[in-house]
Design a protein around this ligand. Structure first.
Ligand code: 2BA
Length: 151
């Protein structure tokens, strides 16, 4: 259990906050844009990780990136969805961390990122850390301290 009793949470590891790969909606490099859009719409998320066949993180794909890529001069070119692949459109700059990294680093990265991809020492994707999980831990910590410090 992550210890909320200690005076600081900053040096704790993030392992226990990670949503494991089995519960993370994701797509693969060779998937069509049509498939990726289906995953995004069905899952309800605006962006999800892109993995290769060996489960390494290669990028992030979002509804906005896909729609932007099929935007023609005068109309949305839906027929492109089936012909183009995730790797042509994804953003290769991925905010990533190791599961042994500290909470401080996660807090810092989450200022600008809604979620962080977590990998093990071999670079294999093991899950994501969401801004929601980070904020929830900070909130629990603040509340706990308020209760302890009340006269
Ligand atoms: P968004 O999809 O833009 O979602 C923003 C926030 O909206 C989420 O924040 C969450 O609070 C809420 N939300 C959106 N879709 C939801 C759903 N289907 N069920 C429950 N809540 C939902 P966070 O939870 O902090 O997630 C931040 C970002 O992490 C999400 O941004 C999404 O891109 C990604 N994400 C979260 N959980 C995921 C999962 N299981 N698989 C893939 N990506 C995930």
């Amino acid at each position: 259990m992550i210890d909320l009793q200690t005076s600081t949470i900053v040096d704790q590891e993030i392992k226990e906050l990670v949503i494991p790969i089995d519960n993370v909606a994701h797509v693969q490099l060779g998937n069509s844009l049509e498939h990726a859009l289906l995953v995004l719409v069905k899952s309800g998320y605006s962006a999800v990780p892109v993995l290769d066949l060996s489960f390494k993180i290669k990028g992030l794909i979002s509804k906005t990136l896909i729609l932007d890529s099929i935007l023609g001069m005068e109309r949305i070119e839906y027929e492109k969805l089936a012909d183009h692949h995730v790797e042509e459109v994804m953003n290769s700059k991925v905010p990533r961390m190791k599961d042994t990294d500290t909470f401080t680093r996660a807090l810092e990265l989450s200022i600008n990122q809604p979620f962080l991809c977590i990998e093990n020492d071999e670079g294999i994707f093991i899950g994501i850390l969401t801004r929601r999980a980070i904020l929830a831990l900070v909130y629990r910590h603040v509340r706990k301290r308020q209760i302890i410090e009340q006269p």
